[in-house]
Design a protein around this ligand. Structure first.
Ligand code: HEM
Ligand SMILES: [Cu+2]
Length: 533
């Protein structure tokens, strides 16, 4: 690496902490969310160790409540939600649209600082006694019952919310205003479309959770009677407000991953994506419909039967745009010349796991079935298939695919393939038994259980161990590659897309001259076919 790029353009810790370069900010996020992921993973491991035996013999019931709560808070708010948008979105969106940076570089840096301050509040809550309400902060646990650090955790999430809102705003303005000449909306890479849809949820949804969680803190401190029925409040109101954000938020976690998968599938099968327009528009449909289905989390909270019926039907509707994507990816693969590079293995893993997660979502949306499995391990398995199986597979696939661009080095292919396979196997062994345990009646959030569930739990803990090793593999060899990896060419995958037209790693300004776009994304069929058979 002799030429000047964003990494060696400037030296010293302050040149990073005060940077306005979207690529450096992406790296700051990468480091901070990886730290949070390791912390959340540590809690998960302790949960699984406790559940190895039916007797609650590792930690007390109180500690167990804190473990699953803090696992959820860290993973959802401080890892999954920022993961792809803040790291890969930040790094790639300006380059993919031929811009030099995001529209508001200083705001981008401020977003990272808000994330850090929010995370510090959450860490303070965790290390000075923990929180035990569950990551959903349901009232009255959170307002009247819990004796733990609910207020600092709530403030952490509140502050972090502004990081999301500002990032969303920055992406939307950038995508509207800064596209290179010729880059029309329907020539945009699908990764950019996915982030556009995600940003809409960030802007419309996040204020609701921020205020809701602030109300919990206010209620706790001053007993205003917002949620407490003895003071005239309504505890179910909290659940409405919470899920009005948190159902759309699950799409914040999955849409960016779908954007990555679209890029990977077309590149590694050397074909134009099938039904580009449908894939693009389905992201928007998911973002909009996602706001109409929150009531499927309240089937058993005492909402009216008619409300439940309507939410049940609407939940089926939101599955359609997701299915459209799966069909289009499958059609893209059909007769493609597929290369099983590590990112592609992650993408294929995503499709399989997301499909299982999505289909079991339809089970849950079916009112009668949900009555049977509500608050059991079936629900735990469902959302982990989506959020860990889906979202993290896409995230890791994306990290590998763009690693040459980010770091200027290639990752080692065989260790990466082994890592992807280990994660896939470990994941399924961890979470598939939970569908069975839940269906058979094992409730979630208990630190002991009847002995007949032990076999399934031992499988799950064994799987979690494999999964843990699987996640440590990329961490190890990617760090290794920074020093010893092969120097990356500008476009190692012979991919289309403006980000591959700049050097690896890119210079601070991304492009020497603004590129001009003359065709749609994914012009793979223009390539000589014989070359890829
Ligand atoms: C696309 C990505 C999806 C993600 C990330 C996701 C995530 C989640 C999460 C986190 C929960 C558990 C919340 C809790 O802690 O109580 C959950 C529950 C649920 N999900 Fe999904 N989900 C997705 C898709 C779907 C779909 C497509 C449907 C239906 C069409 C669906 C239906 C449900 C239902 C009904 C529940 C509540 C089950 C209960 O508590 O009894 N989900 N989901
Ligand atoms: Cu939902």
């Amino acid at each position: 690496m002799t030429s000047t790029n964003y990494i060696n353009a400037d030296y010293g810790i302050w040149s990073w902490l005060l940077t306005k370069d979207h690529k450096r900010i992406a790296i700051l996020y990468l480091v901070s969310i990886t730290a949070m992921f390791l912390l959340g993973g540590l809690f998960a491991l302790m949960i699984r160790l406790e559940l190895l035996t039916p007797a609650g013999d590792l930690v007390s019931a109180d500690t167990y409540n804190k473990l699953f709560t803090m696992h959820g808070i860290v993973m959802v708010f401080f890892f999954l939600i920022p993961s792809i948008p803040a790291v890969l979105g930040n790094f790639l969106i300006p380059m993919m649209i031929g811009a030099r940076d995001l529209a508001f570089p200083r705001l981008n840096l401020a977003s990272w600082y808000l994330f850090v301050v929010g995370a510090l509040f959450a860490l303070y809550a965790i290390f000075t006694g923990g929180v035990d309400t569950g990551w959903t902060f349901y009232t009255p646990y959170s307002t009247a019952a819990a004796h733990t650090n609910v207020i600092p955790a709530a403030l952490g999430i509140f502050i972090n919310g502004f990081s999301s809102i500002l990032t969303g705003l920055n992406f939307i303005v950038t995508i509207h205003r800064m596209r290179a000449p010729g880059l029309t909306w329907f020539r945009l890479p699908l990764f950019v479309w996915a982030h556009y849809a995600t940003s809409i949820i960030f802007i419309l949804g996040t204020p609701v959770i921020a205020i809701t969680i602030l109300l919990v803190a206010v209620e706790r401190a001053f007993h205003f009677g917002i949620f407490d029925p003895t003071l005239g409040g309504d505890p179910v109101l909290f659940q409405h407000l919470f899920w009005f954000y948190s159902h759309p938020a699950v799409y914040i976690m999955i849409l960016p991953s779908m954007g990555i998968v679209s890029e990977l599938i077309t590149c590694f099968s050397r074909k134009v994506i099938f039904g580009y327009g449908f894939v693009a528009v389905s992201s928007m449909a998911i973002a909009v419909l996602g706001f109409l289905v929150w009531g499927h989390h309240l089937f058993l909270s005492g909402q009216s039967v008619y409300a439940s019926l309507i939410f049940s039907v609407l939940s089926f509707l939101v599955a359609i745009p997701s299915a459209v994507k799966v069909f289009n990816w499958t059609a893209t693969l059909y007769r493609g010349s597929i290369e099983f590079a590590a990112p592609m293995i992650y993408a294929l893993g995503f499709i399989g796991l997301f499909t299982i997660g999505g289909l079991t979502g339809l089970f849950l949306a079916t009112l009668g079935f949900d009555v049977h499995v509500h608050d059991t391990y079936f629900v735990v398995a469902h959302f982990h298939y989506i959020m860990v199986g889906g979202a993290i597979m896409g995230y890791l696939g994306g990290i590998h695919y763009w690693w040459p661009k980010i770091s200027g080095r290639m990752y080692p292919e065989w260790p990466a393939r082994i890592g992807a396979a280990t994660i896939f196997v470990g994941f399924n062994l961890t979470f598939f038994p939970q569908f069975l345990a839940g269906y058979l009646g094992m409730p979630r959030r208990y630190h002991m259980y009847p002995p007949e569930f032990q076999v399934l739990n031992v499988m799950s803990t064994a799987g979690a161990t494999i999964l843990g090793v699987g996640y440590l593999l990329p961490l190890t060899y990617l760090l290794w590659s920074l020093r010893y990896g092969k120097v990356a060419p500008d476009n190692p995958w012979r991919a289309t897309g403006l980000e591959w037209q700049t050097p690896s790693p890119p210079p601070t300004e991304n492009f020497a001259t603004t590129p001009v776009v003359t065709e749609g994304a994914y012009a793979y069929s223009d390539m000589h076919e014989a070359e890829f058979i």
